[in-house]
Design a protein around this ligand. Structure first.
Ligand code: YK8
Length: 177
């Protein structure tokens, strides 16, 4: 896998969770900017193991010239019970892109880790892996992996930029570090 983000933001851990994993103004605006449309999501619900789950459905706009312009996608998120409100949040997110070539072979696993640093700071780590449901031919596999990395790189770079902008807006005029 790959580490796509590992950085400290001037948000509380709570705030970061709210921005990324609730129906926040931030997440709606970010989806708009990524041309992600028709999003629906379930609310967070506890499962038998004690973890929380929710799922999202939406349509993504793709810029990769090898692929059609749009794909529907499903994102299944798990907030692990090891998480501690305000201190530590561990969310795994499985993303299935239903309408891209070889979609029945792979999905993407994004692991988000939010760690409280101080009252107004947290660290966000995002680790990503491309997972295979069935083994494709070697060249197909490297083709899928390569195209996934470049798409994910672009997505998370944009997310980082938007989070930094949000941080600048929220801390404007307040001088506590
Ligand atoms: C989520 C991973 C792969 C996919 C794409 C597929 C190429 C197909 C390979 C062929 C287009 C928002 C990606 C990047 C689409 C976007 C997905 C997003 C960014 C040529 C063999 C959507 C996070 C996420 C996870 C997986 C990404 C897809 O929140 O290359």
């Amino acid at each position: 896998g790959r580490l796509y983000m590992n950085r400290v933001f001037r948000f509380s851990a709570d705030k970061m969770f709210e921005l990324l994993f609730t129906d926040s103004y931030f997440s709606r605006r970010f989806m708009n900017a990524r041309k992600i449309t028709g999003a629906t999501s379930t609310s967070w619900q506890r499962d038998a193991s004690g973890s929380m789950k929710r799922s999202l459905n939406y349509t993504i706009t793709i810029t990769n010239p090898l692929v059609g312009k749009f794909s529907t996608a499903t994102e299944n998120q798990t907030l692990y019970k090891e998480s501690r409100e305000g201190h530590y949040y561990l969310v795994d997110s499985e993303v299935y892109t239903h309408d891209v070539p070889y979609h029945d072979y792979f999905y993407t696993l994004n692991r988000y880790c939010i760690i409280r640093n101080s009252k107004h700071k947290c660290r966000l780590r995002i680790y990503t892996d491309v997972k295979y449901k069935k083994q494709p031919w070697g060249f197909v596999k490297s083709f899928i992996t390569k195209n996934s990395w470049s798409g994910l790189e672009d997505y998370f770079r944009h997310l980082e930029a938007e989070l930094l902008e949000e941080e600048a807006e929220l801390t404007q005029g307040s001088s506590d570090a």
